[in-house]
Design a protein. Structure first.
Lengths: 271, 187
């Protein structure tokens, strides 16, 4: 099949829907689908036809407790409402500026604008990748557009009803370091910031980890803190669709590691 | 594969009423939906993942998505049951293979998917019997290839590696299996 030709048979679509195609066959099929709404519709129909195969498996009831676990949290979450749940109470006087409760949408948005702008500016001096991008853009008209795009992505992560928010806390240090993750799994978007983390020697760095429900931790970026203990990671490159079980910050050698090796200084679970 | 018959109007109406109640925040309606589909969804997720905890997580995600997006349900675009089955199977496969969701999203947010209308015209027992009979009518190699693809998410190449059969043989078997099923389910 060439990119421009339509798959002809129902089985062509069903083989793709099954996930059986790979390599060039798969790429060609997907290239065509992106430019052909009619074939995208036929693919949806193929998915639907294949769905009856589910009934070929031996049916067993779901565990009795599962129904309660699904329904119980919904008592406080209406459909299409923004969950904005807090997973752990913040200990923090250090995060006063973020201990907002949404008095009104407008007020919340205003706070987000201020906080978002603050974090973006702060991270410009800390995140090498972002810094180089911004410095290049400073010489051109595109700078403002790039900042606006980052802010928009930041707000998408922060404000989306699908985003989860995790508070990461350490032991009993004082003043207590603390971090916040805003994670949007659908798009793989993440915003993280921390306060009161001690500045590390130059040979070391902090590294943020996304701990998926299954599999090994995924690096969500490295960062260092300023003299006031502030630092963070803004929109690292993460695959989309990863369900997070927890987030953690470890101390690693400069440059970071593929898998965590150093001590955990912050950790927060997703309930 | 399944006949492309129209969903019965009363079935369409029942699904729509249920989803309207869920959209209005009626947990009892979601409980009704759960009672209706949780067994087959759980069974599929568990068969794919071979892990009860992971299967339960898949169901939690799927029903939460229904709860959140119930107002977007459009019965004219297809059936809810098809959407539930496709979404559950695909999420389980994605998790099994630890891969991101497919580029081409087969599970639109309107919670309806076309083509899954066989279950609208048959009772559950009739549906299970017909599907099992159809799959039972496949040659052993065809059935094995189909189950590897559907329940394990394996590609042609991976099935060939797993089964030790030539790639061309696997392609032929899988395509033939789909053709045979189409005839069996759409006499």
């Amino acid at each position: 099949m060439s990119v421009s030709s339509h798959p002809q048979l129902d089985e062509d679509f069903e083989l793709y829907a099954l996930g059986a195609l790979d390599g060039e066959e798969k790429q060609t099929f997907e290239s065509h689908l992106r430019e052909c709404p009619a074939c995208a519709q036929r693919l949806a129909e193929a998915h639907g036809r294949l769905s009856v195969l589910a009934w070929s498996t031996e049916i067993e009831p779901a565990p009795a407790s599962l129904k309660q676990r699904i329904l119980e949290p919904l008592r406080v979450r209406q459909p299409d409402s923004s969950p904005a749940f807090r997973l752990q109470p913040s200990p923090g006087r250090s995060l006063r500026f973020l201990q907002w409760s949404v008095v009104s949408l407008a007020a919340a948005f205003l706070v987000l604008v201020i906080v978002g702008t603050t974090i973006i500016v702060r991270l410009r001096s800390q995140n090498r990748e972002l810094q180089s991008r911004l410095s290049a853009l400073q010489t051109s008209f595109q700078q403002e557009q790039a900042i606006a795009n980052n802010a928009r992505a930041f707000f998408n992560v922060w404000f989306s009803r699908d985003s989860i928010k995790v508070t990461l806390v350490p032991g009993s240090q004082h003043p207590a370091p603390e971090g916040k993750v805003f994670y949007q799994p659908r798009i793989g978007g993440l915003v993280f910031y921390t306060v009161n983390l001690p500045t590390l020697p130059r040979a070391q760095t902090y590294q943020l980890w996304l701990v998926p429900s299954l599999g090994n931790p995924i690096s969500a970026g490295i960062f260092n803190t300023d003299t006031e203990g502030n630092g963070g990671v803004l929109l690292p490159r993460l695959p989309s669709g990863i369900k997070a079980k927890a987030f953690a910050v470890t101390v690693e050698p400069a440059g970071g590691k593929i898998q965590p090796t150093g001590p955990k200084v912050l950790v927060g679970g997703v309930s | 594969m399944a006949p492309d018959m129209q969903t019965r109007p009363e079935e369409q109406g029942a699904e729509l009423r249920l989803m309207q109640q869920i959209a209005a925040g009626d947990q009892a309606a979601l409980a009704t939906l759960y009672d209706r589909y949780s067994s087959v969804l759980y069974s599929v997720a568990k068969r794919v993942l071979a892990d009860t905890g992971a299967a339960e997580e898949i169901l939690q995600d799927v029903f939460l998505q229904v709860w959140r997006n119930a107002s977007r349900f459009d019965p004219h675009r297809g059936s809810l049951s098809g959407w539930l089955l496709v979404t559950t199977r695909n999420r389980a496969i994605d998790q099994l293979r630890r891969r991101a969701a497919a580029d081409i999203d087969p599970a639109p947010e309107n919670l309806a998917i076309p083509g899954a209308n066989l279950e609208a015209s048959l009772s559950r027992d009739q549906l299970m019997a017909r599907v099992k009979t159809a799959i039972g009518g496949l040659a052993a190699g065809q059935r094995q290839a189909l189950e590897m693809a559907y329940f394990e998410g394996l590609t042609h190449t991976e099935i060939a590696q797993r089964s030790g059969e030539p790639l061309g043989t696997v392609k032929t078997r899988l395509r033939t299996a789909l053709q045979v099923l189409k005839k069996a389910l759409n006499p």
